[in-house]
Design a protein around this ligand. Structure first.
Ligand SMILES: [Zn+2]
Length: 280
C-alpha cells in the first residue's frame, strides 16, 4: 500500500520530497504555490527537475493540489481567465516535478435555479485549460463534500463531466473519503455498492489518487471537517478496512489530509503501515 500525506513546500519541491522519504511515506501531496492565490508562479525549474529525479530514485509518487480559489465554475470572465492561467501554471509545475497530476475540486453551482448552466461552464473551463496542455500530468477532479444532491458529489457526475469534455484522456479522478462520507456517496456501510457502481461507470479505471481522511461529523451532513483515520472520527476502522483492502485500489496512493496537530503525519503513516502496509 502506498501511504503518504500533504506536505509544505517551505523547503522547496525537493525539500518536500526529501521530507516524505524521511517520514517513510510512499507518496506526498503539495500546493505548487500559495494555496490562497491564483497568481502565476515563476518557479525554479532546476529545483523542480531535482525533485523529479529524487522521486524517481526513491520510488516516490507526488501529486499537486491546486490553490483553494481554483473554481471550475467561476462567476465572471475575469475570474475565469485567472483560473485557466493558474491551473495551466499548476500543470506546468506538476510536470516539471514529475507529479502525476493536479487535484482540483469539482465546480460549485452558480445558483440553485439553473444547475445545467454550471455543468456547461465547468466543461467549457476544462476544455479551455486542456486545449493548451500537452504534458503527461493530468487534471484530477475531486468529489465535493456538499449535502446529498449537491453538485459534484456523485460518481455519475464525475464520469459524465469527464466524458463530455473534449480531452477526457487528460482528466483523472481523486476520491476524498471525508467528502464522500459527508455527501453520503459513501455512508460507511455501502462500500460494496459504491464499488459496483464505480466499476459499471468506469470510474475506477480513471481514479488516480485517494485523499484518505476521517470525518468529524456523521454522514450526509455535508460537513467537510477532516479527522485522523484511527479512532478519531465517524468513519470506523472496519469501514476503512473494506475500502483500503479493495483490489482496485492497491496501486493508488492514499494521501492524508488529516489534522496533523491531532496526530502527527509521520506517526499516522506508521500506524497505517502497521495495519494495512502488507495488504496485497
Ligand atoms: Zn481532499
Amino acid at each position: 500500500m502506498k501511504f503518504g500525506c500533504h506536505l509544505s513546500i517551505k523547503q522547496g519541491y525537493l525539500g518536500a520530497a526529501k521530507q516524505a522519504v524521511a517520514m517513510n511515506a510512499a507518496a506526498f501531496q503539495y500546493f505548487p504555490k500559495n494555496p490562497r492565490s491564483l497568481g502565476v508562479k515563476d518557479f525554479n525549474k532546476e529545483e523542480a527537475a531535482q525533485c523529479k529525479m529524487f522521486c524517481m530514485e526513491n520510488d516516490l509518487i507526488s501529486v499537486s493540489h491546486s490553490p483553494y480559489p481554483s473554481h471550475l465554475v467561476p462567476h465572471d470572465e475575469q475570474k475565469r481567465e485567472k483560473v485557466v492561467d493558474s491551473l495551466l501554471n499548476d500543470l506546468d509545475i506538476a510536470e516539471a516535478c514529475g507529479s502525476m497530476g493536479v487535484v482540483v475540486h469539482f465546480g460549485k453551482p452558480l445558483n440553485r435555479v439553473d444547475p445545467l448552466t454550471s455543468y456547461q461552464i465547468m466543461i467549457q473551463m476544462l476544455n479551455d485549460i486542456l486545449q493548451h496542455w500537452e504534458g503527461k500530468a493530468k487534471l484530477l477532479i475531486e468529489n465535493n463534500a456538499g449535502v446529498p444532491g449537491s453538485m459534484g458529489t456523485t460518481l455519475e457526475e464525475l464520469v459524465q463531466v469527464r466524458s463530455l469534455c473534449q480531452y477526457p484522456e487528460k482528466i483523472g479522478f481523486c476520491l476524498d473519503t471525508c467528502h464522500a462520507f459527508a455527501s453520503g456517496l459513501w455512508t460507511g456501510d455501502n462500500w460494496q455498492e459504491v464499488l459496483e457502481k464505480g466499476q459499471a461507470l468506469g470510474y475506477f479505471e480513471e481514479l488516480q489518487v485517494i485523499h484518505l481522511n476521517n470525518s468529524k461529523y456523521p454522514t450526509r451532513l455535508g460537513k467537510d471537517r477532516h479527522a485522523p483515520i484511527l479512532g478519531a472520527g465517524f468513519i470506523k476502522e472496519d469501514q476503512f478496512d473494506q475500502l483500503i483492502k479493495t483490489p482496485q485500489l492497491q496501486d493508488i496512493p492514499f494521501i492524508l489530509e488529516t489534522p496533523k496537530e491531532e496526530c502527527p503525519h509521520e506517526r499516522e503513516i506508521q500506524l497505517l503501515q502497521e495495519k494495512w502496509g502488507s495488504v496485497e
